[in-house]
Design a protein around this ligand. Sequence first.
Ligand code: LLP
Length: 419
Amino acid sequence: MSEKTFPLSAPELKAFAEKHGTPFHIYDGRAIRKRAESMLEAFSWTPVFINYFAVKALPNINILRLLHSAGFGADCSSLPELLLAREAGIPAEKIMFSSNDTSDEEFLAALDMEVILNLDDESYISDILRLNGKLPETISFRYNPGSERTGNAIIGNPVEAKYGVTHSQLIGCYQRAKELGVKNFMLHTMVASNELNEDYIVETARMLFTLVDEIKQKAGIRISQLDLGGGIGIPYRPEDKEISFYSLSEKIRTLYEEMIEKKNLGPVRLSFECGRTITGPYGYLVSRVQHVEHKYRDYVGLDASMADLMRPGMYGAYHHITVSGKEKEKADHVYDVTGSLCENNDKFAVQRTLPAIEKGDILIIHDTGAHGHSMGFNYNAKLRHAEYLILDDGIYRIRRNETYEDYIRTMLKEPQRLD
Ligand code: LLP
């Protein structure tokens, strides 16, 4: 069971919403820091441990800075994400560039910034040679185990997933990299998304530890760091159970001792690229009820929309909803909770049992701290909303509301004739 709480009391939230407006995302920076620190503590037995926070989950410089000060690096998958990480003050050696279908422009920027390159395909070796004349000293390859693992609905079944180098390509990639002068070899994989089964992640560690041995035997190459990717799940539903970093870490430790230390394959640094489990549960979308409508179903219409949180519409994902101030009231009404897009998928919840809701109520949509605001968009010319961060000494604005002027900034009011 995971209890769904909110860091402000109902009167505090009411006063805040009246003063600053709704909707908005708000993050509990104190809880995020604690979660980050607990991950580092749980894995402190490793030779070196780092979590490269997946910037895509919550790409706000203030969050990246907070996580960097807690000891995290950044995992970036695009040029703007690299620039965000740099602007947050994260040093190059703590930035992993884990893109796919990567453009020349992105490779050039990543090479220039000297971040760690995690290559998604064997052909990228030639791309880098063409662009740079040589490979960097450190290189990582992303591994796709194919039918060896099952994957899941969000990340896809590995055999059908576009990511990573296959088993039969992997040794060749390392051999070629070695011939081209690479000195430090890393291995990465990402075979789960929102995974709540700890043992699935332990199996990923086992798979990587096995590969360390195989790569040593077949290519004579020592892997210095293993990156287990992101994908640790969070308890979106109250009945789900959170993954404990401590218990996960202990299981991985047992395997490390058996499969790496005993075989003299170490030391091997470990890393993750978790986003969701670090910030997800500590973010909330706060929205006010604009209408309660009675049609063939009962609808609660919010001032937020799928443009603020697309996970329910895109994946049918569950996000828990509470009504501020009515937490103790009996949930005896069934509603579809909708946004205002001209799009019937614009629903935060379908046939959800909630207390009786009135116009003006404030709804809290939970677990929006990862893949929430970041997946927002501008359909229906909806403007994107503010983000706030709670710290020890108060609440900070970390993104203002988008304005109409922001929205049309890239639009040319008169067509520009091209030569
Ligand atoms: N590293 C790589 C290479 C990734 O592709 C991802 C997510 C992560 C790390 C972070 O995964 P996390 O720990 O945050 O689950 N937008 C979707 C999830 C797509 C995940 C894509 N890759 C969602 O809303 O659930």
